[in-house]
Design a protein around this ligand. Structure first.
Ligand SMILES: Nc1ncnc2c1ncn2[C@@H]1O[C@H](COP(=O)(O)OP(=O)(O)OP(=O)(O)O)[C@@H](O)[C@H]1O
Length: 236
């Protein structure tokens, strides 16, 4: 099977008169684990929405290759090719269990495999005691764990996680890190945004940095320890 890949070329994004960022060529494909870094407001979420097909660039294109062709009656848009997990997780009205089981990928897994995957997600995200709770009653960190567990079950080819562990305590961060690590091992392409380095960024192999209105790619991942020290100093 061909590798699923999204390539964005000659992109520029403006909001009214203000240029947010531009770049010549970036691609995101299965197997990639990319750390997307940038200050608050630099455009990390906007870049993810562009790749997800939620917004269109002012100039440039995003091209998808390696995906199954759509049926003739379906529009061949970018939407749905890469899953975008919003910073503030969107959940459905209903219980945690309903949220986990909603729209499961019945074509990719057998019913037994799916059952096992759901059970593993509940265990990994420690949602067992919350299954019957209303998703709207969850705490912020629990909601994020649920949203990630749901994405984990579906094992998308490409997954974008927008600040996935912000506002999480250490224990929740550890759970999420372990789930994301499994997706990495399964070959899911991951694009992970964070304004600061964290345990997650240590999993990454590529670095996209939005700085001075440009998105720059490199293979150098800023180290986690260094930045902890930096934050310690800057907090005082
Ligand atoms: N639809 C829009 N119309 C106008 N301005 C927008 C729109 N979407 C985003 N912006 C602006 O673009 C800038 C970048 O927003 P974005 O959410 O992409 O940043 P970010 O890097 O993800 O920030 P943070 O780290 O704070 O989440 C912000 O100043 C925001 O106000």
């Amino acid at each position: 099977m061909m590798t699923a890949k999204l390539t964005a070329k000659n992109v520029s994004i403006n909001f009214k008169e203000r240029k947010l960022f531009e770049f010549d060529n970036l691609s995101f494909c299965e197997g990639d684990v990319i750390y997307l870094q940038g200050d608050n407001g630099s455009g990390k979420s906007t870049l993810m929405k562009l790749i997800a097909g939620i917004i269109k660039p002012n100039s440039g294109d995003v091209i998808a290759t390696g995906f199954a062709p759509k049926k003739w009656w379906q529009s061949n848009s970018l939407l749905g090719k890469a899953v975008y997990l919003h910073q503030h997780a969107y959940l459905f009205d209903g219980s945690v269990e309903y949220n986990l089981r909603y729209a499961l990928p019945k074509t990719r897994f057998s019913p037994q495999e799916l059952q096992a995957r759901v059970a593993q997600a509940i265990e990994s995200a420690q949602l067992g005691s919350l299954l019957k709770s209303d998703a709207t009653d969850l705490s912020g960190g629990e909601r994020q764990r649920l949203a990630i567990a749901r994405a984990w079950i579906t094992q998308p080819k490409l997954l974008m996680l927008d600040e996935p562990i912000s506002n999480m305590d250490k224990q929740s961060q550890k759970l999420v890190l372990a789930m994301i690590n499994i997706l990495k091992q399964e070959g899911t392409g991951l694009l992970i945004s964070s304004h600061q380095t964290c345990g997650l960024t240590a999993l990454c192999q590529k670095h996209w940095h939005i700085s001075e209105q440009k998105v720059v790619e490199s293979s150098h991942i800023p180290s986690f320890e260094q930045s902890q020290e930096f934050h310690y100093v800057s907090a005082n």
